[in-house]
Design a protein around this ligand. Structure first.
Ligand code: FMN
Length: 188
């Protein structure tokens, strides 16, 4: 049943703190890959509607599973604008920027490091997809974003890494492509 949400219901309904915690715990699980002894991705969250969490930008520290507030205030317009003007990043309950430490990856693995950073981001993204789906939410990977504007908005120096993936989780709008039926003839 895992599908990408086309957009999210941008109303008042929040996701719970427990749901976000579960999603982040899943994202933080170790990766089973020979290059994954160290993590190259940092997660930044644009919290729009999460119970118990003030709207703002947060950094998620994987090592200690803690959220650090970096900015306060409504991020819905910013998250959508940074995601190439895609509304779904603002209508979600929470959106993400994955920031990859490409310099450290290249220093450790040479040119292959660039690919490993993207493997890691992709693996985290698939976990976010599955965790959201398991909780009855929806998710969408977002590969389109304005790199330089993301770095500016998050106050990142080049040394701190570069954006490699965006993501959004929330209440999906009904998707006419998907049927609850397992009968392929009922799926149009
Ligand atoms: C790496 C990646 C980047 C994506 N970027 C976008 C995006 O920028 N905007 C969007 O609406 N969907 C985006 N998607 C969702 C894809 O459009 C979607 O995965 C694809 O249509 C297949 O549908 P499915 O995920 O439901 O199987 C992205 C998905 C992935 C995995």
């Amino acid at each position: 049943m895992r599908r990408s949400a086309l957009d999210f219901l941008g109303g008042m309904q929040s996701m719970s703190w427990a749901e976000l915690s579960t999603i982040l715990a899943v994202a933080a699980q170790p990766l089973a890959a020979d290059f994954a002894g160290t993590r190259f991705i940092q997660l930044y969250l644009y919290a729009h509607r999460v119970d118990g969490l003030l709207p703002g930008v947060y950094r998620f520290w994987l090592e200690c599973a803690e959220l650090q507030r970096m900015q306060s205030g409504d991020q819905r317009v910013a998250a959508a604008a940074l995601s190439l003007g895609q509304d779904l990043a603002g209508n979600a309950c929470v959106a993400f920027s994955m920031i990859g430490d490409l310099d450290r990856a290249a220093g450790t693995y040479g040119d292959r490091g660039y690919r490993y950073v993207h493997f890691e981001a992709g693996a985290i993204g698939q976990r976010l997809y599955l965790a959201a789906e398991a909780l009855g939410l929806g998710a969408t990977g977002i590969g389109a974003y304005y790199d330089d504007e993301v770095h500016r908005h998050l106050n990142l120096t080049t040394k701190q890494g570069q954006v490699v993936y965006h993501f959004a989780i929330g209440y999906p709008i009904p998707d006419p492509r998907i049927s609850a039926s397992n009968d392929p003839q009922e799926i149009t």
